[in-house]
Design a protein around this ligand. Structure first.
Ligand code: FE2
Length: 415
């Protein structure tokens, strides 16, 4: 977990600067580091914890552990390792997520119904695939390794995305439990930074946005292109719980004029009166965290708000949400406090293709491109994002009603 993006992106694993013979070791080290982090995150969870699917959007921890393993089996071993025998013939059906090109799959909203394989068998599945991948790296030869290194990087970054989901999904599950279990009793919400002026001024200018070099990136971050940005003021700081409480006290959740129509429909249907995971206990607001239920800290950034809520808050404050281009230019200037490492920040940009975007060829073309409608872009990273996973050009995306992720906001102003 980090509050800094990778300021200098690591060289690709396939970088020609790799010393001959060292590539297998680099791939193995990177692979095992990510695989071990998944297991480290799962370690405090009992088999019962790992089983639960508390809503259709959240997946069991056991499923995350197995699905990330299937990804290596399907896209690396199955396609590039001659003679590889899958661990179990049914696992491709059980643990394929949404890759139509990779064959039929179990229904997403029924992942919690799968009691077998159990958590320990999923552990055995992981160890089997880990050993096969390490053996493959050792035996494949330099040319083949150089060719598959970009695929390995996708697999590593894919598994890191699921590491974050393991936290958001188990937190949602624990938040449904009346005794509010702690994932880690010693966990603390990261403290916010408060330095500099409240507003960063971006004058009108044409800027390059998107990923420009060959360091790792997802396909949705390209093509880099030029965009007219500004004049705009971007809030240097994240919106806090204290500011959110003022919105609530002012009747923000009940005032339909502040809300998009779809947003107010969700507020009414779900009876939203506060951010996700908040509970009112004896007249005081508490929030479910990875350490259990804790008092809401007015100085901490607000977390677990949907796009609809972020949009309504901005309207109430007489401000706006920034576009993703404005966010990226401000972040590149290094002037945003807590751009990374606490909460993903909603932008008002629809998740759509950059000019000239084409999904990559093959099944992995389903990774990002087919989701480019009806969702909103979030920028930055969160307290659950693994070390080294974030970038200034990273485009996260969720539906506007989603709020079980670690999501917050910063404001923009055009006056
Ligand atoms: Fe996945």
């Amino acid at each position: 977990m980090t509050k800094q993006a990778s300021a200098t992106a690591p060289a690709p694993l396939s970088s020609p600067s790799s010393a001959p013979g060292k590539l297998a070791q680099r791939l193995q080290d990177a692979f095992l580091a990510v695989r071990n982090e998944t297991e480290r995150r799962a370690a405090p969870l009992s088999p019962e914890d790992q089983q639960i699917q508390s809503m259709p959007d959240a997946s069991p921890a056991k499923w995350h552990r197995a699905h990330t393993t299937w990804f290596w089996e399907q896209f690396l071993l199955g396609e590039h390792c001659q003679g590889y025998q899958p661990f179990h013939p049914d696992f491709a059906f059980l643990f394929n997520s949404y890759y139509v090109s990779a064959g039929p799959r179990h229904a997403r909203n029924h992942r919690g119904d799968i009691t077998r394989p159990g958590a320990s068998e999923v552990g055995a599945y992981r160890r089997y695939v880990d050993a096969a991948v390490v053996k493959f790296f050792r035996e494949a030869g330099e040319d083949k390794l150089r060719a598959i290194a970009p695929l390995v990087e996708v697999g590593l970054n894919h598994e890191q995305q699921h590491q974050e989901l393991m936290f958001t999904d188990i937190l949602h599950a624990f938040a449904q439990n009346p005794v509010y279990p702690a994932y880690d009793p010693d966990w603390r919400f990261p403290s916010a930074t408060r330095t500099g002026d409240d507003w960063l001024i971006l004058n009108e200018g044409i800027h390059t946005v998107g990923h420009v070099d060959d360091s790792f990136h997802f396909d949705n971050e390209k093509p880099a292109h030029r965009a007219l940005v500004g004049p705009v003021k971007i809030a240097r700081n994240l919106v806090t719980n204290g500011e959110w409480l003022a919105f609530m006290r002012d009747g923000g959740y009940a005032n339909a004029t502040l809300w998009l129509m779809d947003g107010f429909a969700v507020v009414s249907k779900e009876d939203w009166q506060a951010p996700g995971h908040w509970r009112e206990v004896d007249g005081a607001w508490q929030v479910m965290t990875l350490a259990g239920l804790k008092p809401v800290d007015p100085d901490a950034p607000v977390c677990h708000v949907s796009y609809y809520e972020a949009d309504a808050f901005a309207r109430w404050a007489g401000k706006h949400l920034p576009t993703e281009m404005e966010w990226e230019v401000a972040a590149r200037a290094g002037q945003l406090n807590d751009a990374f490492g606490i909460v993903w920040q909603w932008t008002r940009s629809s998740y759509s293709p950059y000019p000239g975007y084409r999904a990559i060829e093959g099944a992995l073309g389903e990774y990002n491109g087919k989701f480019m409608v009806n969702q909103l872009v979030l920028r930055g990273s969160s307290l659950a994002t693994p070390e080294g996973h974030s970038r200034i050009t990273y485009r996260n995306f969720f539906y506007p009603h989603h709020r079980w992720q670690f999501t917050g906001l910063r404001l923009a102003d055009y006056n």
